[in-house]
Design a protein around this ligand. Structure first.
Ligand SMILES: [Zn+2]
Ligand SMILES: [Zn+2]
Length: 270
């Protein structure tokens, strides 16, 4: 019997803040949000502005019974989509939010007055605190996805996730700066992943040490060492327009790396 492929979709590929200008929309202008369908549960990585488009899809397609949002950190580009989502698509199904303690605290403040008319409590969303290193399962999901996390290298801290389901795995490294001391730990965490999602904020040669971001070349090198099957570039800086990203993508292809540059609306089969 053929094994059904899992559907991984980018909904927001931009870093820092959304961009809605001509010349940027072939790759996309919404901020971090990605989904992986695990049976009738939907795992969502981060709740950036791309979560709005995902919410619209869920309004049209009724098959998803529970949504599990894994938050990396509380920088605004990773949580700004949450308030409108919870008062719309989040209403008809159980929504679970996972994240570090300070991230969940920030989300509770953001989703509610004075920033938004509906509170997190009104939405019925359930909060689950994640401690780095402690494995957990998606609660209330019937799909049995297994998760682990590690502390990320990013200003203010963040969590990176590894999700295992039906023999496939996704490792989510947003946002991240390569820390030489923890590189081996990252490689172990990403070992043999089916897909590694990488922070390609800056073009190679334009790194900004201490900003907490990386380049596609750093991600490609780490994916090779980890034995990851594919690496998906995302979190592009706001000044990288479609032409700049096309150039970077061509450069990565010439270097022979199994890199995919994320575009909103694409679908990756795992
Ligand atoms: Zn970010
Ligand atoms: Zn950040």
């Amino acid at each position: 019997m053929a094994v059904e492929k899992l559907r991984f979709e980018p909904w927001g590929v931009r870093g820092s803040f959304p961009v809605a200008k001509e010349g940027f929309l072939s790759y996309g202008g919404d901020t971090s949000c990605f989904s992986l369908l695990c049976g009738d549960s939907l795992a969502v990585f981060d709740a950036g502005s791309g979560l709005t488009a995902l919410g619209e899809r869920l309004e049209r397609e009724r098959g998803v019974r529970s949504v599990h949002i894994l938050l990396s950190h509380a920088h605004i580009d990773h949580i700004m989509g949450l308030p409108p989502f919870l008062s719309g698509a989040g209403r008809d199904r159980t929504v679970h939010l996972y994240g570090g303690g300070s991230t969940l605290d920030a989300v509770e403040r953001l989703a509610g007055e004075p920033y938004w008319p509906c509170s997190l409590r009104d939405s019925g969303a359930r909060l689950h605190r994640v401690d780095p290193g402690a494995p957990f399962r998606l609660e209330g999901g019937e799909a049995g996805a297994r998760l682990s996390s590690m502390e990320g290298t990013h200003p203010g801290g963040c969590l990176w996730y590894r999700l295992e389901y039906a023999g496939r795995s996704v490792v989510y490294f947003l946002d991240c700066e390569i820390d030489r001391e923890r590189r081996l730990e990252m490689i172990r965490f990403a070992r043999n992943a089916s897909l590694l999602v990488w922070d390609a904020s800056f073009p190679p040669g334009r790194e900004r040490p201490g900003w907490g971001h990386s380049t596609w070349a750093q991600g490609a090198a780490l994916a090779r060492e980890a034995g990851a099957e594919r690496v998906l570039m995302a979190h592009y800086a706001r000044d990288l327009d479609d032409r700049a990203l096309e150039r970077l993508e061509r450069g990565a292809a010439q270097a022979g790396d199994a890199c995919i540059f994320a575009r909103e609306g694409m679908e990756i089969k795992l």
